[in-house]
Design a protein around this ligand. Structure first.
Ligand code: PEP
Ligand code: MG
Length: 319
């Protein structure tokens, strides 16, 4: 099986009945890129850019950022690169971004909220992305968006960065990782070029369960039907405007969850590099009609445990 995985690494993932699902990788440091490509990643679905900003006294300059983004783009050898703008908040100390202590950092000034409060920082990051990553390869997405007003404010800064650099305008997308964004996905898709689910945060906020708290860890399951209904709303919103929609949270790395995500209509799954060979192999055994039926049934269930039991049975029967 290992040899088959390696032989298949460079090829598309299609279900047994021919539906293409793009399999991208989540990356948090440049050095992971080579391993992701070797594992069969068809692109990077989430570059977490926080590594550039943490553990230092000053923010990275535009040139420093651009060089790192260019390095990752080169390692991807022309494959799409989705760069996420800075997603930090009051829970991470950043000496040059003094942030007031917050009682609930996950509900505080993090992600796009922090960036909109520091527009010069955001514009520098946009400029570095546009300069560093070749046109055609570059896509940029915004974390923690709640509604179209936030997106519009970020896009104004983005448009300035495009004009100033003279670069070709790369697609600007929105992460769907708040329940508000999922419910309003149609209004976001009307404005944004693409959507990408952040299922880690979407799950935490939908279930009101801290993703980093051991006491709530057992509750955190993206296969909870409450989360699946939010995902279904996000896909419907994307479709209404003909937008591409992917998923870059942790659940896309799990073959069981992938069957449901594919059934819900996602165009792309972005996974942790190590999970990609098994994910592609699992997708090749699925039928899209079975996935759609499974997703439809899952949406009618009441608990994550019921969804897991249903999905496990469906996959056993298909094997
Ligand atoms: C997510 O929330 O699912 C996500 C992909 O972003 P992060 O895990 O970096 O918050
Ligand atoms: Mg997130």
């Amino acid at each position: 099986a290992h040899a088959a995985h390696i032989a298949a690494a460079g090829t598309d993932a299609r279900t047994a009945d021919g539906t293409r699902v793009e399999i991208f990788a989540n990356l948090a440091i440049p050095e992971e890129t080579d391993r992701a490509v070797a594992a069969g990643a068809e692109g990077c679905g989430l570059l977490r850019t926080e590594f550039l900003f943490l553990d230092r006294a000053d923010p990275p300059s535009e040139d420093e950022q651009a060089a790192v983004y260019a390095d990752i783009a080169r390692r991807l050898d022309g494959r799409p690169l989705i760069l996420r703008t800075l997603d930090i908040g009051g829970d991470k100390p950043v000496p040059y971004l003094p942030m007031p202590a917050e009682e609930n950092p996950a509900l505080g000034a993090r992600g796009i909220r922090l960036s909109l409060a520091r527009p010069a920082l955001l514009k520098t990051q946009f400029r570095a992305m546009l300069k560093g990553v070749p046109a055609g390869q570059c896509r940029i997405m915004l974390p923690m968006i709640v509604d179209a007003a936030e997106f519009a404010r970020a896009r104004t800064i983005y448009d300035e960065a495009v004009a100033e650099t003279g670069a070709q305008r790369a697609p600007l997308g929105v992460m769907i990782e708040t329940p508000a964004a999922a419910m309003l996905a149609d209004t976001l898709a009307a404005q944004a070029d693409f959507l990408s689910l952040g299922t880690n945060d979407l799950t935490q906020y939908a279930l009101a369960a801290d993703r980093g708290n051991a006491a709530t860890a057992a509750m955190i399951d993206g296969l909870h039907p409450a989360v699946l209904r939010l995902i279904a709303a996000a896909v419907a919103g994307a479709r209404r405007h003909g937008r591409w929609i992917g998923s870059c949270g942790g659940m896309a790395s799990e073959p069981l969850a992938a069957a449901i995500l594919i059934g819900l209509g996602l165009d792309e799954l972005s996974a942790t590099p190590a999970a990609i060979p098994a994910l592609k192999a699992a997708i090749r055994r699925l039928d899209i009609d079975h996935c759609r039926a499974l997703a439809a049934q899952a949406l009618d269930l009441g608990t994550a445990a019921e969804v897991r039991a249903l999905a496990a049975q469906a996959i056993r029967e298909a094997a």
